[in-house]
Ligand binder design. Structure first.
Ligand code: SF4
Length: 666
């Protein structure tokens, strides 16, 4: 084995860090998949040094969920580059952040359209001998004349390409300026907020794609990796084969949810009406249009029949749905519907491209829905669901089990390392993500000083549904919050849902024990502004208390270091609402894993959300804080086993009286 010492960016190792690096290096060496549960402070981004030592010319792809995480890896790689200056690094973040063209609609679709038109014009001019499109007078003129609201050409792409005569005829190549900029970014890593400045009038995404062709390490967001279409296209563009790639998936506790959301398709009444209108414009010019026009009322009637339902969501039988749809049309089989939809969709797509309209068409949504229904027939990892909101009905084909995708992904690559600060119990995640597949696991202890944290769990309060109307229970939760608010500095209180957040914060005064109050809004920009104000308070000698939601914008992925947060409460167990659909999901996992199934699919994600929320407080070895779980169920073995080992060991059972005493002493 090569030594990771040559790639390790620091002078000393943190506690257990060597253990983690040895483990990761061995897994890559054995071409294995592994899961690493590495609590905050383990120095988990340094795992890259172990992967680099074992790379032997293979690419390393690091998948991250947010730009903040991307920046953490960029910082790590900058440090590694001081030791290994020849290391080449690039990144691919969403085109929405990179694209210079702006405009409405799906940026991937728009980009595809603009590149198709640009390429066709560039080729036409190259055939006439004009090999440098950026200098071609005709192309320049066309760019000048185009309607900027509905462009057909992308000047940033055009400047990134040239043509060359080869033995196989004319070939499109990267322009010199593209190559130079790509080289500059791999030589010294240019972070996403500086990339536009460096690229000037060349497309930043093309620059980073070009840089990726030559890079040893490519950082990318979850969508680039987990969306099969994007991944295949991207691997092809940068010329890499999955079996020559070592994967490092950060914040791996989130990858199941990401896969499920990518593979879920929803259809509502409004999109069906829009699809009908789009089909009307085709006026029978594409075969199958009329038949699909006749089919849409059938789907709408099916939805109308569900309006009588008293449930907010429930399963519908896909076989009954298809029989109902087919009975009112000339179609015999679902496959025929899908075939017609694909043809029509192609025609609409082309027509929209020609008009410079890059929004997703409603027919495309309908096509995706039927394709997914067809694919999921007989596949129990998909459920067909209807959802009712007021008088609105939507139909959904929902993925409930990401393991098939994750197993395929892991097997296709040389090796895969999944890492997270909250991947415990790690064997449970191995089971839910990879079933019986061979995968190694390791769980590291919490490396921060034990004396800096105090963890309590209330045995006299709960958010259990049966107790929600119990006044005494609610008053006790409020008493816990009031007692906790006497602690110095910024504090956080997280609830299991927005409904509960609303109930408990409705009557709050503007301040609590002298602290300013901030309540998490479902509106993203309002919550970002509030959070900014909250975080600025300690610097001016004031403090506040945020009231948020587990799994919300204020409880995950944020680093409240030092004085930014001195304590947190999680009220309740943030379980997904229990209804007939949830019961089916639990039954599916019980069939798959026996009695452990419900814990894996239902309890564990809830405990993970709570752990994530409490995990915001202690981010460095110097941070101190009080953590409180107001929920007696965490004391039951069946729930407690989902907590990280250090929490299980250190948790002090309390009542409101003993908690008050403890707070007086602290
Ligand atoms: S080539 Fe680049 S700038 Fe042009 S549309 Fe695509 S992402 Fe945007």
């Amino acid at each position: 084995m090569n030594s990771y010492e040559d790639w390790f960016a620091y002078d000393t190792y943190r506690p257990h860090q060597k253990e983690m690096l040895d483990f990761a290096a061995e897994c890559v060496n054995k071409q294995q998949t592994c899961l690493i549960d590495a609590p905050t402070g383990s120095g988990k981004s340094s795992v890259l040094s172990a992967l680099l030592a074992q790379a032997n010319g293979r690419n390393i792809i690091v998948a991250v969920r947010t730009v903040a995480q991307l920046n953490i890896f960029i910082r790590e790689l900058e440090l590694i580059k001081r030791k290994q200056p020849r290391l080449k690094v690039s990144y691919l973040v969403g085109k929405r952040k990179m694209c210079m063209m702006g405009g409405e609609g799906d940026v991937y679709r728009m980009c595809e359209g603009l590149k198709t038109f640009s390429t066709s014009l560039m080729r036409e001019r190259a055939q006439k001998g004009s090999l440098i499109p950026a200098n071609d007078a005709v192309i320049k003129k066309q760019i000048q004349l185009q309607d900027y609201e509905h462009p057909l050409l992308c000047q940033y792409f055009i400047r990134s390409k040239i043509y060359a005569e080869t033995g196989d005829g004319l070939k499109m190549m990267p322009s010199n300026v593209l190559k130079t900029k790509a080289e500059q970014t791999t030589r010294r890593i240019v972070p996403p907020d500086k990339i536009h400045e460096l690229c000037g009038d060349i497309c930043p995404y093309e620059v980073m794609l070009q840089a990726s062709r030559d890079a040893d390490v490519i950082l990318m967001n979850f969508h680039h990796l987990f969306n099969e279409d994007i991944r295949e296209q991207m691997y092809q563009s940068i010329g890499i084969e999955p079996d020559n790639v070592i994967l490092l998936i950060d914040e791996a506790h989130n990858c199941g949810d990401t896969v499920q959301s990518i593979q879920t398709v929803t259809l509502n009444e409004q999109s069906l009406e829009l699809a009908q209108s789009e089909l009307g414009h085709l006026r029978g010019s594409v075969s199958g249009t009329e038949a699909i026009q006749n089919l849409i009322p059938q789907v709408l009637n099916f939805m109308v029949s569900l309006k009588r339902s008293m449930k907010a969501e429930d399963w519908f039988d896909p076989a009954i749905f298809m029989r109902y749809i087919l009975s009112g049309t000339l179609y015999q089989k679902t496959e025929e519907i899908v075939e017609d939809l694909l043809t029509i969709n192609e025609a609409i797509h082309e027509a929209k491209l020609e008009k410079g309209d890059f929004r997703e068409s409603a027919v495309e949504k309908l096509t995706e829905f039927f394709v997914r229904i067809l694919k999921s027939a007989g596949d129990e990892s998909y459920l067909t669901i209807y959802k009712k909101s007021g008088e609105e009905i939507s139909l959904e084909v929902r993925n409930i089990d990401p393991s098939k995708t994750l197993i395929d992904l892991a097997k296709a690559h040389h090796s895969a390392v999944l890492i997270s600060g909250t991947l415990s119990p790690v064997d449970a995640y191995k089971k839910i993500y990879f079933g019986d597949m061979d995968a190694a696991t390791i769980s590291l202890p919490n490396a921060f000083p034990k004396e800096n944290r105090k963890l309590f769990c209330a045995r006299d309060a709960t958010s259990a549904f049966s107790m929600r109307r119990d006044i005494e229970n609610s008053n006790r939760i409020i008493e816990y919050i009031n007692t906790f608010a006497t602690q110095k500095g910024n504090l956080a209180v997280y609830f299991p849902s927005y409904d509960m957040l609303k109930t408990f914060t409705e009557r709050l005064p503007k301040t609590l024990k002298g602290k300013e109050i901030f309540i998490e809004s479902q509106d993203s920009s309002a919550s970002t502004n509030d959070l900014r104000t909250f975080m600025s308070l300690p610097s001016v000698g004031r403090s506040g208390i945020i009231f948020g939601v587990c799994g919300g914008k204020w409880s995950e992925g944020l680093d409240y270091r030092g004085d930014l947060l001195n304590g947190a409460i999680v009220v309740g167990l943030p379980l997904a609402p229990f209804n007939d659909v949830r019961k089916m999901v639990n039954d599916y996992f019980r069939m798959k894993f026996g009695k452990d199934g419900e814990f894996l699919s239902y309890t564990l994600p809830a405990v993970n959300k709570a752990t994530q929320a409490l995990g915001r407080v202690i981010r460095t070895p110097e941070d101190k804080g009080v953590l409180l779980l107001i929920e007696s169920r965490y004391l039951d073995e069946s729930v407690k086993r989902g907590l990280p080992k250090w929490m299980q060991d250190e948790c002090v059972e309390c009542t409101i009286d003993s908690f008050k005493e403890a707070m007086k002493r602290s």
